[in-house]
Design a protein around this ligand. Structure first.
Ligand code: PLP
Length: 452
C-alpha cells in the first residue's frame, strides 16, 4: 500500500514525473484533484472548485455517483475483462450495443467499441476507406475536414484536425486530407467580409464543398468528417440548414459522412445525438466522453447498417483493440445511460443550458470585450473581441483568463480559439450557473478589450 503524499510532495512528485499535455516543464503550479461530488471538486490542499467544463466536456451526470462505483465493483467481481475479437463477446457489451442502437438515428444499428474519441476517429477514417475498398472503389482515399476542427491525437484524426498548431513538429501528417471553411457565421471575414444571413453562409459553404469535390474528384473521396458543433474551434454552431445540405451533396457523390460526436452525444445538446438535433442521418457517428460521463474510458462508433454489411463480408473487419467492448466500461456506460434517462437529463440540458445562456447575456452582454454569446444546450461560448464593431479577435491574454477566474473564484472554465467555453455537468443548478457567470464577469469587467 502506498503511503499518501502530503500536498506539497504530491505537487513536487507530479512535476518530477508526469508529462502533462500543454504544460511547460517550467510551470510550478499544480491543481491536484482528490475528490468530486455533483459539480464540485476538491483538491489536495482542501480548496473547492465549481466544474463548469465537465472536465474535458463530459461529466454528464456529475461527479461522485456511488451507483456507478457499485456497478463497476460488481462487474469486476463477475468478469473484469475478456477479448471481443473473433467470436468472443460479453453480456454487458451486447446489452450496451443494443441500447445504443435503440437510441441512434434509424439505420445506425451496428456498434464498434473503442476506448476513447481519438481511437474512434482513427477507426472511423479507416472504416470509411475500407468500406469503399471492399466494394472495389479503391480510389476513394481522400478525407474532407474543416479548418478549426479537432478530431484527436492520432495521425488520421490528427490530420483531419484543422489547426496548424496541432500539426507543427509532427509532420508528415496523413496525406489526402483537405480542409474546408468552418461554419462560423460571426467571423464574417471568412465569407467575403459582409454580414450574411444563415442561408447565405450555408450557400457559401456548400459552393466551396462542391468546388472542392470537383477539384479532387468525387470518385477519389472516401468521407467527410465533422463535429456537428465545433468544440475546440469555440463552440461553432452552424446554420440550421448546413448539415442537411452537406449530407445531400455527399450523398450525390457517394461520399460517407462521419459525424464526430465525441463532445455532442449523450445529452449535451439536449438530444441523445446532435445528428438528431440537426435532423440528419450520418453513415458513422463517433462517440466517447459522455457515454460513461468519464467514470471509465470508453468510446463507441455507431455504424450504418449499409456500411456494416460491407465491413462484415468475407473475413470481416480486420482491425481491433485489446479493450474493444470492455465489460466494466460497458456496465458503467449502461448505468450512466440509465441515470441520464431516469433523471431526464436531455430535457435538463436544454433547460439549464438556456438558463445559463440568459445568465451570460444579462451579466456579460454589456461588456465591450464580449463579441458573441452562442450555445446549444450545455455547450456554450463567449467569443471575446478587441473591438465589438470590427469583431477583431482579442489577442492572447497573459495570464490566461481561465487561470485568473479559477484562482480568484474556484470556477473552472476553459478558453478555446478566442472564446471562453462552458460545458458543465447536465445536473448543474441555477445557483451554480449564476456563480459561474458572476465569476466570469468579475474578471472580464476588469479585462481591457485590447488585452492589456
Ligand atoms: N473529437 C472531438 C470533437 C473532441 O473534442 C475530442 C477531445 O476533446 C476528441 C475527438 C478526442 O477524444 P479523446 O480525447 O477521448 O481521444
Amino acid at each position: 500500500m502506498n503511503t499518501p503524499l502530503a500536498p506539497a510532495q504530491l505537487a513536487a512528485t507530479d512535476r518530477a514525473h508526469i508529462i502533462h499535455p500543454y504544460l511547460p516543464g517550467t510551470a510550478e503550479e499544480r491543481v491536484i484533484m482528490t475528490g468530486g461530488s455533483g459539480c464540485r471538486l476538491t483538491d489536495a490542499e482542501g480548496r473547492s472548485y465549481l466544474d463548469a467544463t465537465g472536465g474535458l466536456w463530459l461529466a454528464q451526470i456529475g461527479h461522485g455517483r456511488e451507483e456507478i462505483a457499485r456497478v463497476a465493483y460488481d462487474q469486476m467481481k463477475q468478469l473484469e475483462y475478456f477479448t471481443s475479437f473473433w467470436e468472443f463477446s460479453n453480456d454487458r457489451a451486447v446489452e450496451l450495443a443494443a441500447r445504443l442502437a435503440s437510441l441512434a438515428p434509424e439505420g445506425l444499428g451496428h456498434v464498434y467499441f473503442t476506448s476513447g474519441g481519438s481511437e474512434g476517429n482513427e477507426a472511423a477514417i479507416k472504416m470509411a476507406r475500407y468500406y469503399h475498398h471492399r466494394r472495389g472503389d479503391t480510389g476513394r482515399t481522400w478525407i474532407l475536414a474543416r479548418h478549426k476542427a479537432y478530431h484527436g491525437i492520432g495521425y488520421g484524426g490528427g490530420s483531419a484536425t484543422g489547426f496548424p498548431v496541432y500539426h507543427e513538429g509532427f509532420a508528415p501528417m496523413m496525406p489526402h486530407v483537405s480542409h474546408l471553411t468552418p461554419p462560423w457565421p460571426y467571423r464574417k471575414e471568412l465569407f467575403g467580409g459582409q454580414e450574411r444571413t444563415p442561408e447565405q453562409v450555408t450557400n457559401f459553404l456548400i459552393q466551396e464543398l462542391e468546388e472542392r469535390i470537383a477539384e479532387i474528384g468525387g470518385e477519389n473521396i472516401a468521407a467527410m468528417i465533422g463535429e456537428p458543433i465545433m468544440g475546440v474551434g469555440g463552440m461553432l454552431v452552424p446554420p440550421p440548414d448546413y448539415w442537411p445540405r452537406v449530407r445531400e451533396v455527399l450523398d450525390r457523390h457517394g461520399i460517407l459522412l462521419i459525424l464526430d460526436e465525441v463532445v455532442t452525444a449523450y445529452g449535451r445538446v439536449g438530444q441523445w445525438f446532435a445528428a438528431q438535433y440537426f435532423g440528419i442521418t450520418p453513415d458513422i457517428i463517433v462517440t466517447a466522453k459522455g457515454i460513461t460521463s468519464g467514470y471509465i474510458p470508453l468510446g463507441a462508433l455507431l455504424v450504418g447498417d449499409h456500411v456494416a454489411e460491407v465491413l462484415l463480408r468475407d473475413h470481416g473487419f480486420p482491425m481491433g483493440y485489446t479493450y474493444n467492448g470492455h465489460p466494466v466500461a460497458a456496465a458503467v456506460a449502461l448505468a450512466n445511460l440509465d441515470i441520464i434517462e431516469r433523471e431526464g437529463l436531455l430535457a435538463r440540458a436544454t433547460a439549464i443550458g438556456g438558463h445559463l445562456h440568459r445568465e451570460l447575456e444579462s451579466q456579460l452582454g454589456d461588456l465591450p470585450i464580449v463579441g458573441e454569446i452562442r450555445s446549444v444546450g450545455m455547450m456554450l461560448a463567449v467569443e471575446l473581441v478587441a473591438d465589438r464593431k470590427t469583431r477583431e479577435p482579442l489577442p492572447m491574454l497573459q495570464p490566461l483568463l481561465p487561470d485568473v477566474i479559477r484562482r480568484e473564484s474556484g470556477v473552472i472554465v476553459r478558453d478555446c480559439a478566442h472564446s471562453l467555453v462552458l460545458s458543465p455537468p447536465l445536473i448543474m443548478t441555477e445557483t451554480e450557473a449564476k456563480e459561474t457567470v458572476t465569476a466570469m464577469r468579475s474578471v472580464l469587467e476588469r479585462t481591457l478589450p485590447t488585452g492589456e
